[in-house]
Write a new protein. Structure first.
Length: 112
């Protein structure tokens, strides 16, 4: 009887130890499961943010391309206007020269 009681006590100790270990493992599993859900949600949020940043980057690249096109257009327009300004300046100078010649001729005839 003593031998059976000792074995029973020994087996009961092993059972309680295994039961405690099982409870600890279940608790740890539940904690890991909660962490997994939390990290999965964070990953989803980061993935959505990443996609948003990619879309924003594409939009900014398109805006830069549009601005570069506008800059090229403005540069061409600036060159064209500069040419027009030189032509207008030349016409103005020719008008001044013509006016000076006309005044000179007018004075010459006014004296005579």
């Amino acid at each position: 009887y003593q031998s059976l009681l000792a074995k029973y006590t020994w087996l009961k100790g092993i059972y309680e130890s295994l039961s405690h270990n099982y409870t600890s493992l279940i608790t740890e599993y539940q904690r890991l499961e909660r962490d997994y859900v939390k990290f999965k949600n964070e990953y989803t949020i980061l993935q959505e943010e990443y996609q948003r940043v990619i879309q924003e980057n594409i939009q900014l690249r398109n805006e830069v391309a549009n601005l570069e096109d506008m800059l090229q257009t403005l540069s061409s327009e600036n060159k064209r206007l500069r040419s027009v300004n030189y032509i207008l300046l030349a016409l103005f100078l020719m008008s001044l020269i013509s006016l000076a010649i006309a005044l000179s001729i007018g004075r010459k005839y006014a004296r005579t």
